[in-house]
Design a protein around this ligand. Structure first.
Ligand SMILES: Cc1ncc(COP(=O)(O)O)c(C=O)c1O
Length: 397
């Protein structure tokens, strides 16, 4: 078929090859520890599941308004006010099929062909591809490990050109778990104001932060910042609801209207039953959520402690999310059973083949010399997987 340039330009995820291989190995009976997962291993809390059953039995099974039910939008507004110090009205909320869809809507609403979007790296694999699908041009700004994997605000400002339309920040970050400080966000908001550019703030991991931290939303820092920011969040990570597909965007009314129009023509409303369940999640008890976060914190501590016992691998303690971004630069160029570890992709393939451990290569996030390990796995699996990783590192000569 003669397919579109846009369609052909969408790259297959760099991580698919690894996860496909891991699945095939598992199917052949191999014991694989999968650190590649991007979702909580907990079940959706019971009161949320019960709400969904109620919704099915009580007729919440029809089309809803395209941008989401009023009930859910009100629950989102209440949550933004309570937890993020952000005041929005329901007309400023667009509920979508996951935060991924919300980010896509945001880029569709902001980017004209050829306009630039600044993406601090390491960044989530989908941002650059989505930006390109929307006709935008990703411009990468490196957040070095020495700077806690956060891009320097001065470097972001230096990347601004007359074509820059927006900046996307992910706080806390996937894959590094890094969090921007309040001061950095204030500086970034000033940069955005000075150059009249917009901000997409992906805060999907905002409830999974550790050591008593709290996320500050850049939109809460000033009236001007609020007016130029699209805040993204969703139920997937916080409430262990990845399969339910509910995310949302909060943005000034004119922008929310455009995103809602785009969505109404593309997909109509997100699933009605899932919307009902997420409203219950946002308004219900949060003890299970806090327990999950506490468990993630314990796992993070253990994983980082174990990884740092290796001579060749180092791991910075992430502030949030559920990933460790480990430095494997000392192993680059070494050989294992005669095969050279040329880069993070080769490392991931060899580690999977030799030790049955799946990780995501850093190159997928725009950072060579690293691997991402998820700690959304039980403690015994974490210990087993890291021990195999250490054996692998020791064998490399
Ligand atoms: C940084 C980031 N943003 C957004 C998402 C999308 O989440 P969902 O579409 O499940 O709401 C993910 C999922 O992995 C993510 O890591």
């Amino acid at each position: 078929m003669r397919l579109s340039k846009r369609g052909l330009g969408a790259e297959e995820s760099a991580t698919l090859a690894i996860s496909g291989k891991a699945k095939a190995m598992k199917a052949q009976g191999r014991d694989v520890v999968n650190f590649g997962v991007g979702e909580p291993d907990f079940d959706t809390p019971e009161h949320i599941r019960e709400a969904a059953k109620y919704a099915i039995d009580h007729g919440y099974t029809r089309y809803t308004p395209a941008a989401g039910t009023l009930e859910l939008k009100k629950a989102i507004c209440a949550e933004l006010s309570r937890d993020r110090n952000l005041e929005y009205t329901p007309e400023e909320i667009v509920v979508s099929n996951g935060a991924k869809h919300s980010i896509f809507n945001a880029m569709m609403a902001l980017l004209d062909p050829g306009e630039e979007i600044i993406l601090p790296t390491p960044c989530w694999v989908s941002y650059p591809e989505m930006a390109r699908m929307c006709g935008g041009v990703p411009v990468f700004v490196e957040g070095s490990e020495e700077n806690g994997f956060r891009a320097k605000i001065a470097d972001i400002e230096a990347a601004v050109t007359p074509h820059t339309k927006c900046i996307l920040i992910n706080n806390p970050n996937n894959p590094t778990g890094a969090m921007y400080t309040r001061e950095e966000l204030e500086e970034l908001a000033e940069v955005a104001k000075r150059h009249d550019i917009y901000i997409i703030s992906d805060e999907i991991y905002d409830k999974l932060v550790y050591d008593g931290r709290r996320v500050v939303s850049i939109a809460s820092l000033s009236e001007d910042a609020r007016a130029r920011t699209i805040v993204i969040n969703g139920a997937s990570k916080t409430y262990a609801m990845t399969g339910w597909r509910i995310g949302w965007a909060a943005a000034p009314k004119d922008c929310a209207k455009v995103m809602a129009n785009i969505q109404s023509q593309a997909t109509s409303n997100p699933n009605s039953v899932a919307q009902y369940a997420v409203a219950a999640a946002l308004t219900g008890p949060d003890d299970e959520i806090r327990e999950m976060a506490a468990e993630f914190e314990k796992r993070r501590n253990r994983m980082v402690e174990l990884l740092n016992q290796s001579e060749d691998i180092t791991a910075r303690k992430p502030e949030g999310a559920f990933y460790v971004f480990a430095n494997i630069k000392k192993l680059m160029g070494k050989t294992i059973d005669g095969e050279i570890i040329t880069d993070s992709m080769a490392f991931a393939h060899l580690l999977l083949e030799k030790e049955g451990v799946a990780v995501v290569p850093g190159v997928a996030f725009g950072a060579e010399g690293y691997i991402r390990l998820s700690y959304a796995l039980g403690m015994p699996c974490i210990e087993k997987g890291v021990s195999r990783l250490m054996d692998f590192a020791q064998r490399a000569k």
